[in-house]
Ligand binder design. Structure first.
Ligand SMILES: [Fe+2]
Length: 387
């Protein structure tokens, strides 16, 4: 492996990770360890009707002062501000998010408002927070976003129809409790989509211009875990071992990409998600092999290693043919999972792709892509292949 270009790097993983079936019940101990007494649960409208939130509430006993359950799939600035007002009224001194990326990001936004005062809109940007926030414990109920260990939150300003990015090392959650029992009820389609998001994080961390050996180690292991355990989790949602290893894969994918960054797959997927409402993991899953083929000659050695991690035999092959096996492996994998294979299948309107191609060039992730892209026509060609 060639690391001659990235001799210097910083790697951060400050989140304490607690893993194991039943560990959600240890949340009270984690609150105590952080020396807090008034916990507010942040979750979504569907989860609050399930027993999952109840388990966490019971485990916290009198430490739990309330539940904020207004989070929607595409969370918004107004939701964060409402939740923050609620938390302030209750005198909350710690946040416990229970849910997927949307609940976790809402909680990150609330941590900003509850610590700094004011409204969330005032804090959009990169590294502007300047001091630690209210502590945040995450209990994920999906295995994909990696948000439990990342420094970023994406929250939509629904009034202005734009997504705001909050990126700051102070946003990294203090504790992630990875309890596979909390993900067993996840429907098949969500299991597949979030699992493919995690696979994209791993692969994009490896091909990123900011790749480095520690993130690579995590990401390659993440790929192997997903290859083995995502099909198992799909086949039997109650397979605790598979659910657990998928949680780990998502978390280490998050740790890898929050240090090494992601590239064009995410840039292109963000625009398809924003314009056509395609779920993030589904858009990533469709675009990933096409982006690998676009990037193929930029880093064929890395794609050959990714193909091997996906179970392909590439020894002795021509380097570009070996690299191509990574894209082929992903198509085979997503077909077997029953996932959509084209943008057409997920109701993307072809006439909107040119605008998406322009937007993708403005996405922060594109600058880390292994093959530099400055021409929206190039992006459009990738979209059209995926269409
Ligand atoms: Fe992602």
């Amino acid at each position: 492996m060639n690391y001659s270009k990235n001799l210097n790097f910083i790697f951060r993983l400050p989140t304490k990770i607690v893993f194991g079936p039943g560990t959600a019940k240890e949340v009270g101990m984690e609150v105590d360890e952080l020396k807090r007494t008034r916990a507010l649960i942040v979750t979504d409208r569907d989860l609050v009707k399930t027993n999952l939130v109840n388990i966490v509430r019971k485990a916290m006993g009198t430490r739990c002062v309330g539940i904020f359950s207004d989070v929607t799939p595409d969370t918004g600035v107004h939701i964060v501000n409402t939740g923050s007002e609620y938390g302030r009224a209750l005198g909350a001194d710690i946040l416990v998010s229970v849910g997927g990326g949307s609940a976790i990001d809402t909680s990150k936004g609330m941590a900003i408002c509850l610590s700094k005062g004011g409204r969330l809109e005032d804090y959009s940007g990169i590294n502007i927070l300047g001091s630690p926030l209210m502590p945040h414990i995450v209990i994920p109920t999906t295995a994909g976003t990696g948000s439990e260990v990342t420094y970023a939150a994406v929250i939509k300003d629904h009034d202005q129809n734009r997504k705001l990015l909050f990126a700051d090392n102070f946003l990294v959650p203090n504790v992630a409790i990875l309890d596979p029992n909390m993900t067993v009820g996840m429907p098949k389609s969500l299991t597949a989509a979030t699992g493919m998001d995690a696979l994209c994080h791993c692969i994009e961390a490896i091909h990123s211009l900011q790749r480095e050996p520690i993130a690579d180690g995590l990401a390659f292991h993440g790929i192997r875990l997903i290859k083995e355990f995502l099909p198992r989790a799909m086949q039997n949602g109650e397979d605790i071992v598979a659910r657990g290893q998928m949680l780990i894969a998502a978390t280490i994918g998050g740790a890898a990409f929050s240090n090494a960054q992601v590239g064009m797959v995410h840039a292109l997927a963000h625009c398809i998600g924003a314009r056509f409402g395609v779920p993030h993991g589904v858009a990533n899953s469709i675009l990933l092999p096409h982006c690998i083929l676009y990037n193929l000659d930029a880093c064929p050695d890395l794609y050959a290693l990714i193909a091997e991690a996906m179970g392909k035999e590439v020894k002795g092959m021509d380097p570009l043919k070996a690299a191509e096996q990574a894209a082929i492996a992903i198509w085979e994998f997503t077909k077997a999972l029953g996932m959509p294979q084209s943008l057409r299948e997920v109701n993307v309107d072809e006439s909107g792709l040119a605008q998406c191609a322009n937007d993708a060039l403005m996405d922060g992730a594109i600058v880390y892509n292994p093959k530099p892209i400055f021409d929206s026509e190039e992006v459009l060609k990738v979209y059209q292949k995926a269409f």
